[in-house]
Design a protein around this ligand. Structure first.
Ligand SMILES: Cc1cc2nc3c(=O)[nH]c(=O)nc-3n(C[C@H](O)[C@H](O)[C@H](O)COP(=O)(O)O)c2cc1C
Length: 193
């Protein structure tokens, strides 16, 4: 009998260990990662604060071509960002999607939920974020989209992006330009309840 109880206890400990989530201490079900693209640092700040608050892994989408001030000039119809935003087929190349703390490459198979964070460019996500979502297999994955903006908000950007994430379960999104990591955590926990 003692042996049976001991076996059950050890089994219980092993199961608890296996189901523990190393990526989040948020109480949300399953593992969660933040993946962000940021040209001038606002989205990076928002995503890093939120990931820290949730104890989640965080990865940066690094472009092959780093955007210059001239590239980001929305007054210029010929700037790189204007050209990309006006071309539905534009898919700027990604150099790497890497962890900001360990230089590890992003691997979607390790996560149940991916929180994609980006700045609003002409009411939508920058095209490089489309490159990111199109290059992953989203079946059985949940997607949340967070943005920063000059004031126009998330709009249809999350819904549009989710169309290119084949098989995804899109949970929703929000503009968190002027919010704390705790605000983001509360929002995400609400979506994943
Ligand atoms: C090319 C370009 C287009 C933009 N279009 C919009 C827009 O349509 N609506 C808006 O509110 N802000 C717009 N913005 C402002 C950015 O969304 C905002 O400054 C954002 O926080 C920048 O994030 P980042 O520092 O992470 O790149 C635009 C910025 C750029 C560079």
């Amino acid at each position: 009998m003692k042996k049976v109880i001991l076996t059950l206890l050890i089994g219980g400990f092993i199961m608890t260990g296996l189901s523990a989530n190393p990526s989040t201490s948020s109480g949300t079900a399953g593992t969660l990662a933040f993946v962000y693209f940021s040209a001038t640092g606002t989205t990076e700040r928002m995503a890093k604060n939120a990931a820290k608050e949730m104890g989640a892994d965080i990865f940066e989408i690094q472009p092959v071509h780093k955007y210059t001030d001239a590239d980001l000039n929305w007054h210029d119809k010929k700037s790189l960002s204007s050209i990309e935003c006006n071309d539905p087929k534009s898919r700027p190349a990604i150099k790497a999607v890497v962890s900001t703390s360990s230089n590890t490459a992003f691997d979607i198979s390790g996560y149940d939920t991916v929180v994609v964070c980006y700045p609003i460019w002409w009411a939508y996500a920058p095209k490089i974020v489309y490159t990111f979502v199109e290059s992953h297999n989203w079946s059985d994955k949940k997607l949340i989209t967070l943005c920063t903006s000059g004031g126009s908000g998330l709009g249809r950007s999350g819904t549009d992006l989710s169309k290119f994430a084949k098989g995804v379960d899109f949970k929703g999104g929000k503009d968190f330009t002027r919010s704390s990591g705790a605000d983001v955590k509360k929002f995400i926990e609400g979506l994943l309840k």
